[in-house]
Design a protein around this ligand. Structure first.
Ligand SMILES: Cc1cc2nc3c(=O)[nH]c(=O)nc-3n(C[C@H](O)[C@H](O)[C@H](O)COP(=O)(O)OP(=O)(O)OC[C@H]3O[C@@H](n4cnc5c(N)ncnc54)[C@H](O)[C@@H]3O)c2cc1C
Length: 377
């Protein structure tokens, strides 16, 4: 049974998607954020709506991202309609330049119903030397800052109470339950609490530290601007090469990303990252130079071992839930994670097994996954 009222801590893509789904199912939801909604990792990300090379990830990561990927178009359209805004969702495809594991890629795509073919890169990238590339036409993208606006406006339209500039300073815990949260804007109580505080989820005061399960991983990004007609001829699709990517937007903006850095909660940008990303971007599309660079930023991904999010009740506090640690794919996974979370809160079985995303204390019971290894790619 759904608790009548629910507090969600954190209004990024994951918290907003959770709020929308729980509200749709009939709960009264209050969403707390210490800043503005969607202004952290959700704003900073690239918005590619799938793992970069899915055949390199575990079945558990792919189960959630595939579930989400299938939900995404309809889910996004529903939120856009509620919001009256456009998230710039588009199936723009992705070209992977060599090296890539051709056999693994074809086998994975065949198993998972993805289209995939080898193509001459010159068809897409006339400005650089021709290579045999892997073309994945079904990869989609959304424009993160627009998606964040859509989700915020949709949540407001759906009746979610969004309280911004309210930092949660403590969770009040006793007798195996959360009784409420203290914030810089006063105390809030509810029948259930969801932690969706992104990279900060591991350290909320009042609950056991989860800093080894969810931790910040900095990512820096560059933004360029070209005339849209020039961009559609010279970069018609997302391009991925050696872990870095260029993402073209409809209006001529191009993102180049991203770094993966263990820098704690430091959100500075660095000259080293700017030079590294400039060299990468110019190597794929030579017109991308310092002259057309308009912005550099960094964001803190909610890092997690093996990219596995935590979508789970707490093993001790019966009315506390987590939806966090989505690392590199929190935008991709937002709709699916919200469904899994809402099912768990409602006491239903999710459409995909939730065992791999269970809280460490709940995992042993499932016996389904091994202790995750920490990797940064
Ligand atoms: C450079 C970069 C590129 C990326 N590219 C992609 C991509 O292409 N595709 C993809 O799917 N994902 C991508 N990601 C990852 C994706 O952005 C994240 O996984 C996702 O945004 C996580 O969403 P979230 O809601 O969990 O966290 P966030 O968006 O960080 O939201 C967490 C919220 O919690 C709030 N909060 C924190 N502490 C408190 C507190 N004490 N009280 C109240 N509120 C609090 C914060 O203010 C914040 O608004 C990228 C990330 C980066 C940085």
């Amino acid at each position: 049974m759904l608790p009548p009222d629910i507090l969600i801590i954190g209004a990024g893509a994951v918290g907003l998607a959770s709020a929308l789904e729980l509200t749709r199912r009939g709960a009264r939801v209050t969403l707390l954020d210490r800043g503005r909604s969607g202004a952290e990792s959700t704003w900073a990300g690239g918005g590619i709506l799938s793992p970069l090379l899915p055949w390199n990830y575990s079945p558990a990561v792919n189960a959630l991202s595939e579930y989400s990927r299938q939900l995404f178009p309809e889910w996004c359209a529903r939120q856009e309609k509620l919001a009256g805004l456009d998230a710039e969702y588009q199936v723009s495809g992705m070209l992977v330049l060599p090296p890539f594991a051709e056999t693994d890629a074809f086998a994975w795509c065949k198993r998972n119903g993805w289209r995939c073919e080898l193509r001459d890169s010159a068809v897409f990238l006339p400005a650089i030397e021709t290579q045999t590339a892997l073309w994945l036409p079904d990869v989609a993208q959304a424009r993160n800052p627009r998606l964040a606006q859509v989700l915020r406006a949709a949540a407001l339209a759906a009746g979610v109470n969004i309280v911004e500039m309210a930092a949660v300073t403590r969770l009040s815990v006793s007798d195996g339950r959360i009784h409420g949260v203290q914030t810089t804007q006063g105390d809030f109580t509810a029948a259930a609490v969801v932690v969706a505080a992104g990279a900060w989820s591991g350290g909320l005061p009042g609950i056991d530290a989860l800093s080894e399960r969810v931790f910040p991983v900095r990512g820096q990004m560059l933004l360029f601007k070209l005339p849209p007609e020039l961009l559609s001829e010279s970069l018609p699709t997302i391009v991925l090469h050696n872990g870095k990517y260029l993402i073209p937007r409809r209006d001529g903006h191009v993102l180049a990303g991203s770094t993966l850095e263990a820098a704690g909660f430091d959100k500075s940008t660095t000259d080293a990252a700017r030079l590294e990303l400039l060299a990468f971007a110019g190597g794929i599309l030579p017109t991308l130079t310092e002259q057309v660079l308009i912005q550099q930023w960094s964001g803190l991904r909610p890092g997690s071992p093996d990219n596995l999010p935590l979508i789970s009740p707490h093993p001790e506090y019966t009315n506390l839930y987590f939806n966090c640690g989505h690392f590199r794919y929190g935008v991709t996974m937002a709709p699916g994670s919200a469904m899994v979370l809402a099912d768990l809160v409602e006491g239903k079985s999710p459409a995909i097994s939730a065992a791999p995303y269970a809280f460490p204390g709940c995992m042993a019971a499932t016996g389904e996954i091994n202790k995750p290894q920490l990797t940064l790619d």
